[in-house]
Design a binder for this molecule. Structure first.
Ligand SMILES: [Zn+2]
Ligand SMILES: [Zn+2]
Length: 404
């Protein structure tokens, strides 16, 4: 292994220099949460930082006005590292997923590494990827970016994500698809003329229960999750509803199980529509993949967490845990070697996607998570820029696991 201790130290010093600036931007994004596809101020703040540090910028990027691509090239051609940034918030809970930290950590890492590129070969990119939480027309933007060549020419891509509890060098993420079901019936006076009505809400309720009836028979080895809400169910209790809408999500650690779960939900709706004399229209949203693991990248981040003295969960134990959420970064791991470490901010008991977690991102615990995130991503990049052996191993592993 090449002795890159000097660069490792240097990149951390560069990170320390810009941390005050990064914290300000993190807090400003945190105070002004913007939903996916509407992250105008947030993207502008991040682009402003990158521009101020000499990056070449494309903004808007990829036909999305809140996406960006920032590039800094080294002294000669070499590895290309793409760090992903997210900065969308959630309805009602603001930055309850901590994307204000993701965005600033990604940008901060890119800037820290860029300061070394006068001496090192390669390129660092920071890609601003809108609407990870799925809101608006740019929802899950990384899926399309991965499909449509944004990561072409990239050797490795990564990002960090904050969480509650102790950090993990990698996460297991579920594939997911969304189904919207609209039931159409006929309005009528709920008492006097009920026999002339067709009750769309009843179709929706039956569907909900039919899906529940199927849960017991789901494949437990595939970590299935089925979750849904009623978004429309009538206008007044004295009118038989002519329209009801259900939105469901189905998830699994086995991508090939998703179509079966979708079919179960759709069949539940079809049967219920028939039973209640209603009509059904439905759409299935192509979702996110589960993530492709890379042991080489995992090892690299373990080494870096150790060097930073940052506590992390035993990866063997993590691998045995049932996967939790989903991320559009998982799709990126299918086109380029990638990893998505999770940085624990707090041990206080609280949920992700909550106001409490959004508040933590604005405290000294959030600041510390940002610092660890910036340094971990920057140090990983230094290793890949200075150690061709590590990079080759990671890329070979990716090629051997890749599903083509
Ligand atoms: Zn989230
Ligand atoms: Zn998130």
């Amino acid at each position: 292994m090449v002795d890159n201790a000097v660069y490792m130290k240097k990149v951390q010093d560069e990170a320390d220099k810009i941390l005050p600036e990064l914290k300000k931007v993190k807090d400003e994004i945190g105070r002004n949460p913007e939903l996916g596809s509407e992250e105008e101020k947030s993207s502008e703040l991040l682009v402003g930082l990158l521009r101020g540090h000499g990056f070449e910028i494309e903004y808007p990027f990829f036909g999305m006005h809140t996406a960006f691509k920032a590039v800094k090239k080294g002294n000669e051609s070499g590895p290309v590292i793409a760090i992903c940034a997210e900065y969308d918030a959630l309805p009602g809970v603001g930055h309850g997923c901590g994307h204000n930290i993701i965005g600033t950590a990604g940008v901060g890492a890119g800037i820290s590494v860029s300061k070394l590129l006068d001496e090192l070969p390669g390129e660092v990119w920071v890609i601003g990827t809108p609407a990870e939480e799925g809101h608006g027309p740019y929802g899950g933007s990384k899926v399309r970016m991965a499909e449509q060549g944004v990561f072409e020419g990239v050797d490795v891509s990564y990002m960090i994500h904050p969480m509650t509890g102790t950090s993990m060098v990698t996460g297991n993420f579920l594939a997911v698809s969304g189904i919207t079901m609209e039931f159409k019936g006929k309005t009528a006076h709920a008492a006097a003329d009920a026999h002339n009505g067709q009750n769309a809400l009843n179709a929706a309720m039956l569907t909900y229960m039919a899906i529940h009836a199927n849960r017991q028979q789901l494949r437990r080895d595939a970590n299935p999750v089925v979750h849904g809400i009623v978004t429309e169910g009538g206008l007044a209790s004295n009118i038989i509803p002519d329209k009801a809408v259900l939105k469901f999500g189905v998830r699994s650690s086995d991508d090939t199980y998703i179509p079966e779960l979708v079919e179960m939900v759709v069949n539940s709706a079809k049967g219920s529509a028939l039973a209640t004399n209603c009509e059904l229209e439905y759409t299935v949203r192509a979702g996110l993949k589960s993530n492709l693991q890379n042991d080489g990248l995992e090892k690299l981040f373990i080494k870096i967490f150790e060097a930073l003295g940052h506590e992390y969960r035993d990866p063997v134990a993590v691998a045995k845990m049932p996967p939790g959420g989903s991320t559009d970064f998982a799709d990126v791991t299918h086109v380029v070697a990638g990893i998505h470490p999770m940085i624990g901010l707090t041990h206080k008991p609280m949920a992700m996607h909550s106001k409490e977690f959004a508040a933590v991102t604005m405290t000294s615990e959030g600041d510390k998570g940002l610092e660890v995130g910036v340094k971990a991503l920057a140090m990983a990049s230094v290793e890949l820029f200075t150690n061709p052996g590590t990079l080759a191993e990671i890329k070979d592993e990716f090629e051997s696991r890749r599903i083509t």
